[in-house]
Design a protein. Structure first.
Length: 405
C-alpha cells in the first residue's frame, strides 16, 4: 500500500467537520469556479468567433479569385471561367467547392426613397442552405431559370429604409454609361448583424449582371473558393497564386475583411488575461490552504519525523492531499462549466442586442481538445504550486513541532 496516500486519505476523513474541512471546501470551490469560468469563456469565445466567421463565409469564399487590377471599385473586371480553370481549382487538394460571382453598383428607387447598394450576382452553386439561417423572412431568389432572374434578397436594414416587404417590386438603376434599369421582385429579407453586408449588399442572379454588362455566360466577376481546412488558408493562397495565370489575383477573406478578423484576434488577449488571473488566484488559494493544513498538522509532522519518517514521505502526504482537492475542483468545474454551456446552447437563455453584438444570443461552441487542455493546464500549474508550501516541511524541527500548539 502507498503509505503517504493512505495517511493523506485518513487525515482528510478526520478533518470532516473541523476548520480544515471548511478550508478544503473553499479550495474546491475556488478551483471549480475558476475552471468553470475558463471553460465558459473559451466556449463563448469560440462560439462568437465561429458565428462571425460563418456570417462572412456565407457571403464570401475563403479565397477570392479575380482579375488583377489597381481599381478599388466594388465592380470587378471580368475573368473567363473556362474548363481548364474550373478543373484546376477543383483538383486542388484543399478545395471544398467553388462558386462564380459578380458585383455591380446600383441604386434602388421607390416612390419615396433612393438607396445606393451593391448587387452581388450568384448562380445555383451558391450555398443557399448555409445562407438560410440568415433569412428572417421569405426565401432566397430562384436561380434555376434558363433566362436571368429578377428576384432579389434584401437586407432587413435596406428593406426597412425603403419600406419594402416580401412580394414588393423595386426599380434598380445600374451605375454605368448609359444607365440601365430593371424591376426586381423582393423574395427574401436577410439579416447578419454585420454592417459590411447589411448596409449595402443585396443578392441576385449572376446572369442578370451578365446581361447588364453584355457578358457571355463564360465571364464572371470572379470565383470564390471554399477550402476544407481554414487553418491552411495561407498555404492555399500561396499555392493558387503561383498556379493560376499571371493576370489573376488571389485574395484571402481575412485580408478583404481585415478589420473584422483583427478585432476577433483581439478577443484572444482578453481570454489569456482571464486565464492568467484565474490561475494566479487558484494557485494562491491552494498554497494558502496547504500552509493552513501544514500548520494544523505540525504536531503530526513532528511525531512522524521523530519516528524516522523522511521529509520526502511527509511532503508526499500533503501533496496527495492537495491533489485530491484539485481533482475534486476540476470535477465540479467541468460539471458546472459544461452544464451551463449546454443549457445556453440548447435553450438560448441569455439574449444579446444584435445591433451591438451581431447576434441575438450568447453563442456556444464546445471544443473538447481545448477543455481537456484547460484541465491539464490547471492541474499542472496548480499542482506545481503545491511544491511551494510543502518545502516548508523540511525545515520543521521535531522537538518544536511536537510542542507546537
Amino acid at each position: 500500500m502507498n503509505l503517504p496516500f493512505f495517511i493523506s486519505r485518513r487525515i482528510s476523513k478526520e478533518a470532516s467537520g473541523s476548520f480544515s474541512s471548511i478550508i478544503n471546501r473553499i479550495a474546491v470551490v475556488s478551483i471549480g469556479l475558476g475552471l468553470a469560468v475558463l471553460i465558459l469563456a473559451f466556449m463563448v469565445l469560440f462560439g462568437f468567433k465561429q458565428e462571425i466567421k460563418d456570417k462572412i463565409y456565407s457571403f464570401s469564399g475563403h479565397l477570392i479569385i479575380s482579375k488583377y487590377t489597381l481599381s478599388t471599385s466594388f465592380e470587378e473586371s471580368s475573368i473567363t471561367i473556362d474548363d481548364s480553370l474550373i478543373q484546376l481549382l477543383k483538383n486542388y487538394p484543399l478545395t471544398e467547392r467553388i462558386q462564380p460571382y459578380a458585383m455591380k453598383a446600383a441604386l434602388l428607387k421607390t416612390d419615396e426613397e433612393v438607396q445606393g447598394v451593391i448587387i452581388k450576382g450568384v448562380d445555383e452553386s451558391f450555398d443557399t442552405l448555409g445562407f438560410s439561417k440568415h433569412m428572417i423572412n421569405g426565401r432566397f431568389p430562384d436561380l434555376s431559370s434558363n433566362d436571368y432572374s429578377t428576384e432579389a434578397a434584401l437586407s432587413k436594414r435596406v428593406s426597412n429604409y425603403l419600406k419594402l416587404d416580401i412580394g414588393d417590386e423595386v426599380l434598380i438603376y445600374f451605375v454605368q454609361n448609359p444607365p440601365r434599369f430593371r424591376r426586381l421582385q423582393v423574395t427574401g429579407i436577410y439579416e447578419t448583424g454585420l454592417e459590411e453586408f447589411d448596409e449595402k449588399i443585396i443578392l441576385g442572379d449572376l446572369d442578370l449582371i451578365r446581361r447588364i454588362n453584355n457578358w457571355p455566360d463564360s465571364l464572371a466577376g470572379g470565383i470564390e473558393v471554399f477550402v476544407s481546412d481554414t487553418d491552411k488558408l495561407e498555404q492555399a493562397e500561396y499555392d493558387l497564386y503561383n498556379t493560376l495565370a499571371i493576370d489573376l489575383y488571389v485574395d484571402k477573406v481575412t485580408d478583404r475583411y481585415i478589420q473584422i478578423f483583427d478585432w476577433l484576434n483581439l478577443l484572444n488577449r482578453n481570454v489569456v488575461i482571464l486565464l492568467t488571473i484565474i490561475l494566479f488566484v487558484s494557485g494562491t488559494s491552494i498554497i494558502s490552504i496547504l500552509l493552513i493544513l501544514i500548520m494544523e498538522r505540525t504536531q503530526m509532522i513532528g511525531v512522524m519525523k521523530a519516528i524516522g519518517a523522511p521529509n520526502r514521505m511527509i511532503q508526499r502526504v500533503f501533496i496527495f492531499n492537495g491533489l485530491q482537492l484539485i481533482v475534486r475542483g476540476l470535477f465540479w468545474g467541468n460539471v458546472i462549466g459544461l452544464g451551463l454551456g449546454l443549457i445556453q446552447d440548447y435553450f438560448k437563455l441569455i439574449p444579446l442586442d444584435a445591433a451591438n453584438y451581431y447576434m441575438s444570443h450568447v453563442p456556444i461552441q464546445i471544443d473538447i481538445p481545448t477543455i481537456l487542455g484547460l484541465n491539464v493546464l490547471v492541474l499542472t500549474l496548480i499542482g506545481l504550486a503545491l511544491l511551494i508550501p510543502v518545502a516548508i516541511i523540511s525545515r520543521v524541527k521535531p522537538v518544536r513541532a511536537i510542542r507546537f500548539d
